[in-house]
Design a protein around this ligand. Sequence first.
Ligand SMILES: Nc1ncnc2c1ncn2[C@@H]1O[C@H](COP(=O)(O)OP(=O)(O)OP(=O)(O)O)[C@@H](O)[C@H]1O
Length: 780
Amino acid sequence: MSSVFDPKEDSVLTGGPCSPALQQAEQRMMQIYLRVRPFSKEELDNDEDQGCVEIDDSQTVTLNAPKGSATMKSSEKGVGPSIHRFSFSKVFGPRTTQAELFEDTLKSHVSDFLAGRNALIFSYGVTNAGKTFTIQGTTREPGILPLALEATFDYIRGRLYDGMDLKPFLRNAAQSLDPDQVKQERAAKAAIFASVREDCDHQRSSSESQMSSDSVLSASSSSSHDQTVPASSPAEESCDLFALWVTYFEIYNECVYDLLQAAKKRPSLRVCDDGAGNAYVKDLRWINIQNLSEAFKVLQFGNKNRSAAATKANQSSSRSHSIFTMKLLKIDGQTVKRVSEFSLCDLAGSERCHKAKTFGERLKEAGNINNSLLILGKCITALRSHQTADRTKNGYVPFRESKLTKLFQAFFCGRGGASMIVNINQCASTYDETLHVMKFSAIAKQVVQVIPDKHLESLNPSLFGRDGKPLLRNGLIDNKMLESYLSEEELLDEDEADVSLLPQSELLNMIENLRTKLLAERRRNLVQEMEIRKEMGDAMLQQILESEELHNRQIEELKENHAEKLENTFEMYKDAIKEHAYQCAMNNLEDNYVPLDEFTAEQKKVESLEHKVSELEGLLSRSRGVPVVPTVDRSYQTEPSADVKAENDRLKRLHKEKCVLERICEDKQQLVLSLEKRLAEVNETLRDVRDAFLEKSAQLEDLQKELNEQSKSLEDVLQQKNQEIASLKDDVAALSQQSPVKCPAPPKAKRGLLANIKEAVSSPRKGPISRRKTTRTPNK
Ligand SMILES: Nc1ncnc2c1ncn2[C@@H]1O[C@H](COP(=O)(O)OP(=O)(O)OP(=O)(O)O)[C@@H](O)[C@H]1O
C-alpha cells in the first residue's frame, strides 16, 4: 500500500478567495526543503541502512517502512500504507554540500533581507537528523548561518555605519542612543569578545566540531558558493550606510534566555507585543557587528551558553530552540530608512521519550520541546485549513500558546518569507518519527504566505501619543516623546492599547467586553489544554503500552532462549554421563576379561586337583583308621567356608572396635574443644585481671608520688617551725639574761604556749595527748 502527499493535487491550495489588497501582494507556498543526511559509520555497523529513504527525483522522496517499525505493523494489520511518497520544494541528498544547500535555499532569502524584507529559516526534524549541522556546520563545513553572515558582509562591505548610536528597537523600529548608552553598548560587546578570546586561548587546538571564529572565517571564505548578494542599487551606493545588529537567544522549557548575557544565571525574558501586533523579546541584548569575525565571535559565545545534553540518540543534542537574528538598518545620514530582519532558528529535536531514553529533567525538556513543536504543528495545520475551503473549522490559530509560535506569528502572517529545512536521517530505528516529521512538513508545504508588496517603512509600528502625533520621526522612536506619552508598562504589556482618553461609559463597555472575551478565551484555553493533555496522555500511554509489549516480548524471548540453552546443556551432560559409563564398563571388561576356553581349561584343572586332594585325604584317613568322609563336590557348595566365617567375624569385630574408637575420639575431640574454650575464657579473664592490675598499680604509683610530695612539704614546714622555735628560744634566753629580777612572771597562758611549743619540738609525733600532758604541767 502507498500514499502520496502532493499539494499540487489539492487545487484549493494554489489560490482561494482573497481581498483586492492581497491580490496585489505576493502569494506563495511556504518553501519546504528536505535534507537527507548521510549514514555515520556506527549506523552502518548497526545495520540501520535498510533502504527506508529513496530519493526519486529533485522534488520527491519515498519512505519504505522497515520490518519491526510501528508503520509496518499497522500496514500488516491493514491499518495504513507501508510506503509513503512526499514532495518538497527541493530534496537534497546525502552528498549535498553546505554551499550547495545555501545556494538553493537561502540565496533568495538573503537577497530579500538585503533588499529590506524579513525572512525566517527554521530547521525541523528528529533528534540527530542534522539540524544543527545544517544551520551552524563545522569549522570545515560552515552551515547556512555563517554563509548568510558572509553574504551580508559581502553586500555591505565599504558601506558600514561605524557609529553605534542607531539601534534596533521593538520588533521593527530603531532608536537613537545617547553617548552613555553607546559606551554601555561598546562595553557589552568588549566583554563578549574578551570571553571568546579567553576560550580560544584555552582550546586553541580542540576538536573540529567546536566552532572557532577564526577557523570558520577562513573556511567560509574558502567555501565555493556563488556570489549571492544582489547588486546594490545606484542610489544605495551613493550615500546609504548599513548597520548590522545581531542577537542570539534560546527557548528552553518554555522560557526565553539571552545567549549573549554573560551572567551565570541568566534571567528568563518576557515576550511582549510592540503595540503593532508584533511579538518581540524584551530586554534582549543586541550587539553591533562590524565584520565577519565579530559575528562569529558572537555566535561562538552564544553557542557556549546554549542548553545541550547527551540523549541516547545524539551525544550533544540541542535541548532548546535557538534563534539567531540579524537586523539590518539602512541609514541615510542620521535617518533610519528601513529595518529588515533575518532569523535562523535551530529547533530542538522532536523525539519520543522511550527511544531517546529520557528521564527526569530530560523528560520534562522532551515534554516542553514536543509541546511547542505540537503547537507549531497545530498553527501550521490551522493556517492551512483556514486557507483552504475547509471553513467548518474555526479560524483560530493558536500562535499564542507557545513562545516559539508567538515569535514566528509575524512571519506566518505575511510579515516576511518563511522557509523550513526538514532534516532527516535514513535510520531504520527512527523511521516512525521520521515519517511523522515528513507528514508535518507535507502540511506545512501547503501553507500559503501572503507577503505584502510594500517596503518595510510602512510596516513600522503605529505608535501615537495622546495628542495624536506619531512617536516616530525619520524612522526613529523619539525616546523623550515616548516617555512623556506612554509609561513603559503601557507600551510593553501585551495586547494593551492607549485607552486613557476614552469616556467612562465606553471604558465600562470595553471592560465588560473584555471580561466576556477573557472568559471565552479562558474556556477555550481550558478545552484546548485538556485536549493537549489528553493527546499527550494518549501518546504517553501508547508509548508505555508499546514499551511494555516490547519488554514482554523480550522477556519471553529470553525465557525461551534460556530454556533451550538449559535443555541443550542437560542433553550434553546426559550424553557425557552415558559416554563415561560406557567407557568405564569397557575398561572393566578389558581388565577382567579372560577368554572362555582358558577359563574352562582352568576350571577343569581345579576340578581334577580337588578330586586328587579328596582322594589323597581318603587314603590318609583310611591309613589312620578314620572313616572316609565322602568327597564333596565343592563346585556345588553354597555354605560359606570356616575361613570366610572367621574372616567375617574378624571384620565385624574390627568394625566394632573402630566404631568404639571413633566414639572415643569424638568424645576426646569434644573435650579438647571445651578445654580450648575454657582456656580462651581463662585467658580473657587473665587479660582483664592484668589490665585491672596495671591500672591499680598506676593509681598506686600516683598516690605514692602524691604522698611523697606531701611528706616532703610537711618536713619543710616542720623544719621552718623548728627554726622559728630555735630563734624564739634564743630570744627568750637573751631576755632572761638581760633582766632576771625585773622581769615580771609571764602570764599562765603564755607559759602554756611556750611549753606547748617546746613539747611539739621535742616530740613532734606524740600528737594531742602529749600536748595535753604538757599543758597541765604549769598548774602543778
Ligand atoms: N549532511 C551531513 N553530513 C555529514 N554529517 C552530518 C550531516 N548532517 C548531520 N551530520 C552529523 O550527524 C550528527 C547529528 O547532527 P546534528 O547534531 O546536527 O543533529 P540535530 O538534528 O541538530 O540533533 P539535535 O536535535 O539532537 O540537536 C552530527 O555528528 C553531525 O556532524
